[in-house]
Design a protein around this ligand. Structure first.
Ligand code: MLT
Length: 408
């Protein structure tokens, strides 16, 4: 008899964004004339930058001739892209990361979800609440939790992120083994300082723990005091893996490309306490289960680091940050508390005593605006909604006018 992985039955019936899409589609069906503005899932709306398109085309053209055609590439990614990333994203920031510590993939969602496969079943996982749901759901699928009750899975160490702690997790008062951190944060839009990150790096070093640091929104950082990579923190290379994505940085949500940094110094342990190279383990996993990102897509990603690419990408991010500013100001003018919207495309809004799904329904039905209900990210999001700045300026302006009417 073929038996199911019953850990799946512990999951909520559908993934957060699938659930939202279903509700929006039902509303649209009932109201075919409604013009809905989508500011829920953080999906980019601007076309790929011209430099990126040029790189993409060059890659496709090479595939059209026998002499330049490429079949299977290296599973870890082409050296031309890994070298550009190492230099531009790390070495130029003073972080000593080399090209062979970078693994190119089809995005940070897959990598942050897959990485937990490398660890024992009975490790203690620490997750912020609210949190990007893929971190939690993949640990549930892997059987690291008990049942879901009262908005939480047993077996997980939840780190409440609330106003009182500026929406950033505090060091655990018990020993944890695997720590998920995300900065600029999804969903709250808040950002960690170097000092805050340094506390976590020390904790991980003292407790032989590992940090999975999701920096998918790094390119939104405009404050030069904020760390751009966890490897700016001394000692982080021994205890941290970093995830990056071209999705939000360069509009690759539909193109798919990201990367994970696994430093060679980073060690995990067997039951005897002997060191095991995390780099070697991830390399084994990656080359067994993944066959590389397509050549044209890696050429397109390489173009992000060209002179023109850098300028064009920065303009795109500035455009979304301007949207974020408009949203933040509107929300403030309506009397709501919020966080984020600076150094981040997300605005995390305190609905006071409103339930987040009720708030979501209100905005959908009264304003035709889709947001993300905070409860979808965890119990601490129960009274919050998240608004994403990924849309056109015209739509954001219109959405804010509609919000003002619906909420005053
Ligand atoms: C989000 O809206 O939280 C993200 O866009 C989802 C993702 O990156 O997978």
């Amino acid at each position: 008899m073929i038996r199911a992985n019953e850990n799946y039955s512990k999951l909520k019936s559908s993934y957060l964004f699938a659930d939202i899409a279903k509700r929006v589609n039902e509303h649209q069906k009932k109201n075919p004339e409604a013009i809905i503005i989508r500011m829920g899932i953080g999906d980019v709306t601007m076309a790929l930058a011209p430099a990126v398109i040029k790189g993409f085309h060059e890659g496709v053209d090479e595939m059209a001739g026998d002499a330049t055609f490429r079949g299977y590439g290296p599973e870890q990614g082409y050296a031309f892209l890994r070298e550009k990333i190492a230099k531009n994203d790390f070495q130029d920031q003073g972080a000593d990361i080399s090209a062979d510590e970078i693994f190119i993939s089809d995005g940070a969602k897959c990598d942050t979800g897959n990485f937990q496969e490398l660890f024992a079943q009975d490790i203690k996982v620490a997750l912020p609440d609210p949190v990007y749901p893929a971190y939690l759901d993949t640990n549930v699928m892997a059987g690291r939790t008990g049942r879901y009750e009262d908005g939480r899975y047993s077996g997980i160490f939840y780190m409440d992120c609330l106003k009182e702690n500026q929406f950033f997790p505090e060091l655990p008062d018990e020993k944890v083994d695997l720590i998920y951190l995300c900065s600029p944060n999804n969903p709250t839009g808040s950002t960690m300082t170097k000092n805050e990150l340094a506390l976590w790096v020390s904790y991980a070093r003292e407790n032989r723990a590992l940090i999975l640091f999701d920096a998918a929104y790094e390119s939104f950082i405009r404050d030069n005091e904020l760390p751009r990579t966890i490897y700016e923190i001394e000692g982080a290379k021994e205890v941290a893996v970093e995830f990056r994505s071209f999705s939000k940085t360069a509009g690759f949500t539909g193109t798919r490309c990201g990367f994970t940094v696994v430093p060679k110094e980073c060690m995990i342990f067997n039951t005897k306490g002997e060191k095991i190279s995390l780099h070697a383990l991830w390399n084994r996993r990656h080359s067994t289960k993944f066959n590389g990102v397509s050549y044209p897509v890696q050429k397109a990603a390489e173009a992000v680091y060209s002179k023109e690419g850098k300028v064009q990408i920065r303009q795109q991010i500035d455009y979304y940050l301007n949207n974020a500013d408009i949203i933040s100001k509107t929300i403030a003018s309506l009397g709501f508390d919020y966080v984020g919207g600076k150094n981040s495309p997300y605005i995390w809004i305190d609905g006071a005593d409103r339930d987040s799904w009720d708030f979501f329904d209100l905005l959908l039905t009264k304003a035709g605006v889709v947001c993300t209900p905070g409860a979808g990210f965890g119990r601490c999001g129960q009274n919050y909604i998240r608004i994403s700045a990924f849309n056109s300026l015209e739509n954001v302006t219109l959405a804010m006018e509609r919000l003002k009417k619906a909420l005053t």
